[in-house]
Design a protein around this ligand. Structure first.
Ligand code: ADP
Length: 190
């Protein structure tokens, strides 16, 4: 079973590439950011907690995000691989994911890291702020999210590198060219 983690800073294109990957490789797309926004919209207890962190550009606490993820995974068809978009974002989440996959009798096949430099990330996020109505796409929160990414999320790379599951991808250029680079890697793993 193909289970993919797509990784990268805010604005690196995880969401865009995840959609294309899920279609081509028939994977269930799980975006923890989307799950949080849905929980907030539905005003659930977890949504209320998530909102207080997201609006500040901080990470939602590990136990809350893992609960949100767990309840979503319970409802997924068991015979389908998964693309995780925006999870894991801390080493504790990476550890938890091993356990979660074990419970589903499977494991992570690869982590794809979309590499994009900071200046380009800032440009993309500011552009997105003009078109999408996301409460966390403003200058102050964007800077905070990039800082959080560097401090709390980057160590996840080392975790997967040690397990030899790490694949860097050049995340700059045409969306379809980036997707081709990803497809080449996933075609070999299928
Ligand atoms: P982006 O990658 O642009 O930050 P996401 O939709 O992936 O967009 O995430 C938006 C926000 O949701 C994050 O800034 C964070 O507050 C919260 N979030 C999403 N996934 C996680 C996670 N795995 N752990 C903690 N917080 C998360």
């Amino acid at each position: 079973m193909l289970n993919v983690v797509i990784f990268g800073a805010p604005g690196s294109g995880k969401g865009t590439q995840s959609k294309k990957i899920s279609e081509k490789f028939n994977l269930a797309h799980v975006s923890t950011g989307e799950l949080c926004r849905r929980a907030i919209h539905n005003n659930t207890a977890e949504g209320v907690i998530a909102k207080s962190y997201i609006d500040k550009g901080e990470l939602v606490p590990d136990d809350t995000i893992i609960d949100i993820l767990d309840s979503f995974l319970e409802k997924l068809p068991v015979d389908k691989g998964i693309i995780f978009d925006g999870f894991p974002r801390t080493v504790a989440q990476a550890e938890a994911l091993i356990q979660i996959m074990k419970e589903h009798d499977t494991k992570v096949s690869v982590l794809l890291n979309l590499e994009v430099e900071r200046e380009e990330l800032l440009n993309r996020l500011l552009k997105r702020a003009e078109t999408e109505n996301r409460s966390d796409d403003n200058m102050e929160t964007i800077n905070k999210r990039l800082e959080v990414y560097e401090k709390q999320t980057l160590p996840v790379i080392e975790f997967y590198r040690k397990k030899r599951l790490y694949k860097p991808i050049k995340g700059i250029g045409d969306v379809n060219d980036i997707f081709d680079r990803i497809s080449d890697i996933l075609d070999e793993l299928k």
